[in-house]
Design a protein around this ligand. Sequence first.
Ligand code: FES
Length: 166
Amino acid sequence: MTIPTELLSKIDDVITHYPVSKRSAVLPLLHLLQHHFGYITDEGITWVAAKLELEPMQVMEVVTFYPGFRQAAPGKFHIRVCRTLSCAMAGSFELMDNLCQLTGIDRSHTDHHHSIAVSPDGKFSIEFAECLASCGTAPVCMFNDDFFEGVSADKAKALVADYGSK
Ligand code: FES
């Protein structure tokens, strides 16, 4: 695993925010790695452990405890569907089913520790997310960093067609 210089600078800067114990930087470091690589590999876990003078098992425990960390590669476009109350009441579970059908994704093997599912062509992956802070425009979802509100069945279809052509 190669850590680009820019990412390494960010990591070293984050560690300075924890002068008492750099071990406390484990969460932000994992977030930085996931944001850059898309998921956390075994190699990434070993690297973070060495960087923070932790045992790899200690880092692994953090990764497996928080469902927000992914241990499998996402698709080119990673979709997050909010499932918290306002969105659930506005149809986010139907939206999830709809998006899975449109992208050919099978979520039957997902669980708490393996929350993402990937389309057969690797173009899309999907997972539920907790409140994305736009409850008044439910249901909402994200395609990578792009945010979409009031996602109807027609809008979902248009989004998959649009991103699928990229
Ligand atoms: S409940 Fe979905 S954005 Fe808050």
